[in-house]
Design a protein around this ligand. Sequence first.
Ligand SMILES: C[S@@+](CC[C@H](N)C(=O)[O-])C[C@H]1O[C@@H](n2cnc3c(N)ncnc32)[C@H](O)[C@@H]1O
Length: 351
Amino acid sequence: MWARQQVAHLRQVSCVCAGTLCFMVLDASYHNLLINLIPALELAGMGNLMSGENSTGTYYRRGPIDLLTEFTVCESLASTESPYMTVLENPIPYGELIGKKLFECGAMHAGCHLCEAGGGYGSLMRGLLDSFGSLIHHVMMIDLSLYLLHVQRRLLSDRAAEILYVNGDIANLLPAVSGVDLIILNEMIGDLDTLTALDARSLPPPVSSLVDRYGFEIPKEGSFNFNMGAILLIEEICRRQIPAFIAEHASDYLIPAEMPYLARGLDENPFPREIRLKGHSEYTIRFSHLMDVARYWGREVKTGALLDLVGIRKSSAMRFVFLAGACATEEQQIILEFLDHAREYRWLIIQ
Ligand SMILES: C[S@@+](CC[C@H](N)C(=O)[O-])C[C@H]1O[C@@H](n2cnc3c(N)ncnc32)[C@H](O)[C@@H]1O
């Protein structure tokens, strides 16, 4: 009864906020996922109070999004048909690789309730459900973009009864969501609000209190960018003891042990930097700050290079193509493009 009332709230609120009523797939068996959207409404719109802030909200809410312009690792490795599969030791879709990792480290178990925020075209969830669907009891897909939720819903249409689609900002909705066993944030936290050009000697109070509480390393002087939105989201996830998988472009990247040549030419400043994309900018993520937050809340963390997680082929041919930087074939071009893009990506599991 309680669950039904909450879902009824959700219907009304989604309808008011973004007109998503017809879009939602509601399942009466969704008892464990209790959603109270009143706090979400109270929090809504509180995201943009500070100056020097990068926000991508308008971009994602506004209209059709072409993720190919962002070249996400997830889309590059979405299926075994992708030409980028050539970079992997074993051609396995990205969603399956992530599912395997989550299962092996005990973050995903039978009867699991999953939540993915910022699922893009739905490719990660497609691969994960294709291989681990029998373990998953229910999925909630939360996305700012109504357009991308439609794309996800189409791609995952054979699983309609198990998936709830919610149009909203994860930062506002998370405090209201319960009953989730694992949250997946793949290449989306770089989109959350970033405070830019902060003066290290004169921090705004909300930043200095986070720095003091979590003992973040920050520059002693000069200016730097700070992943405020990502840190607050991870703080909420940790406070609520929800396990999480995160993958993103890192400012403090890790280079695979057998591929030191991939560090060539990379920016050595370990603080977030701007990545300019079509119609918006994202910022790289300082992973050590997220890990400081997780440890403060007594959570265990595992992390590594995303290239290692996906099982990158570590051949001399890969090395040659990267170092030569010139391509004679289409396959070489694909290898170069992928390595150059994905070498700074990192994953993090919080349990
Ligand atoms: C760069 S795309 C990544 C998509 C997909 N995860 C992938 O790896 O291909 C970012 C995704 O996050 C969503 N997004 C961005 N900010 C969000 C927010 N605050 N709340 C929920 N979704 C958000 C976007 O609409 C989009 O689906």
